[in-house]
Design a protein around this ligand. Structure first.
Ligand SMILES: *Cc1c(COP(=O)(O)O)cnc(C)c1O
Length: 422
């Protein structure tokens, strides 16, 4: 359920016509609905209301400060994967005691920053990382709270690039090695064991991989308890899928019910790291059609947004519904929706029945809130687009469109006198 709906054939975000924002802000732009973000966060958080739990939004899915601030106000925490994300969540007002830090490549500087901020725990992904955290904590005279991210070797049945919990993936510590690593952690003077974590993948549409992984984690906790290692926080990661096309992922309520049943009366705080399920359908990308053209084999709609603005179709072959901002009839034609980037892989939809669109028309790329703007780049020297947040009948640009000047900010031409002789 989201708040992007038609009224008299005009697409609205809550009470604001999308076309009006396009007039004022220009295109392309990302558009987020406050009511949808709030609703989706609460659906997840409320589903676990009867258990001690913490909903840590996965920042990499959508990192805008205004979006993070909505979750801060709702009492949310954050799952971060870099120092840059830590900087953002602190600026957005998220309580450091509600931050978990995941990722295989944390640098010394990032560890220092997180330790000083006082985060809930580091989700440690290797023995060497654990050593490094111990070293940094000693130097700072602090104790570092940690969790080990184990790799449960479960097939999440999703796209290969977003599977993370298989033995062949780079993430986590194999369960067989994790017990020894916990024992080593327990003997380190500046390490405090707090949690056990996993995250098996993204855009999961079935419960069984989550439950299989949870069963393995529970069995593992029993072994740890026998070794006198107490876990206070069980972090189940994120990964719950959304509907882009015909998928029918479990609703957060069903997800929570199945997890609670499998969990039994385990005595610890649950940590959840949802990203996509909260923001995915709370955001769209709005683009204007520049041209249409036809080759002997195909029709193309050329839009002003491309793979640098939304990379998912090119990267994962992902499906995004394409809707006209002004609906004139329901006629469609088979075509590719492509961007201006000089790459054949630059498409937003390929070989699809698309709304008949002509130059000047606005199109909405639906379900673009997650891994949309946050994965965008300046490729082809295209300034990154604006981000806009709607709340009721108001809207605000929450990230200005980059200018050519801001795009080259930080670049310089050396003042060396000599030219290279040729
Ligand atoms: C990406 C990621 C998430 C969020 O995944 P979603 O599919 O967006 O819910 C959660 N935890 C970790 C460790 C991640 O890397």
């Amino acid at each position: 359920m989201n708040y992007f709906n038609y009224q008299n054939d005009h697409l609205y975000c809550e009470a604001v016509p999308v076309a009006r924002i396009a007039e004022e802000v220009g295109t392309p732009f990302y558009l987020y609905s406050n009511a949808t973000l709030t609703r989706h966060f609460q659906a997840m958080d409320d589903a676990f209301a009867d258990l001690p739990h913490l909903t840590c939004f996965a920042v990499k899915s959508c990192a805008n400060l205004a979006v993070l601030n909505i979750f801060a106000k709702l009492g949310g925490g954050a799952d971060i994967v870099s120092g840059g994300e830590l900087y953002r969540v602190m600026k957005a007002g998220i309580d450091p005691a509600r931050i978990v830090y995941s990722g295989v490549g944390k640098t010394t500087a990032e560890i220092e920053m997180a330790l000083t901020a006082g985060i809930l725990m580091f989700n440690v992904e290797s023995p060497q990382e654990l050593e490094t955290i111990q070293g940094v904590a000693t130097a700072l005279g602090r104790t570092a709270p940690i969790s080990l991210r184990v790799n449960p070797d479960v097939d999440p049945k999703t796209h290969a690039y977003i599977s993370t919990g298989l033995a062949k993936n780079k993430f986590g510590v194999p369960m067989e090695e994790a017990e020894l690593l916990y024992k080593q952690a327990a003997s380190m003077p500046n390490i405090a064991i707090r949690g056990l974590s996993c995250h098996i993948g993204s855009q999961l549409t079935e419960m069984s991989p989550f439950l299989e992984s949870l069963r393995k984690m529970k069995g593992f906790m029993t072994r740890l308890a026998a070794a006198n290692i107490k876990i206070s926080h069980l972090d189940l990661g994120g990964g719950l899928g959304i509907r882009y096309d015909e998928e029918e992922p479990p609703h957060p309520t069903a997800y929570a019910a199945a997890i609670k049943e499998e969990l039994g009366d385990l005595d610890c705080t649950l940590v959840l790291e949802p990203g996509r399920v909260i923001v995915g359908n709370a955001g769209i990308l709005v683009t204007r059609v520049l041209y249409t053209k036809a080759s002997p084999l195909k029709k193309f709609i050329v839009a002003d947004a491309g793979m640098n603005d939304l990379g998912r179709p090119s990267l994962y072959g992902a499906f995004h519904a394409i809707q006209p901002v002004h609906r004139e009839g329901t006629a469609t034609a088979k075509a590719d929706l492509v961007g201006p980037i000089c790459e054949t892989g630059d498409f937003l939809a390929r070989d699809r029945e698309l709304p008949l669109a002509k130059g000047g028309d606005l199109l909405a790329i639906m379900s673009a809130g997650a891994y949309g703007f946050s994965m965008s780049s300046n490729y082809n020297s295209r300034p990154r687009v604006a981000e806009v947040l709607v709340s009721g009948s108001r809207f605000q640009v929450v990230r200005a469109r980059e200018t050519y000047e801001s795009m080259v900010q930080g670049e310089s031409i050396p003042a060396w006198p000599e030219t290279i002789a040729r």
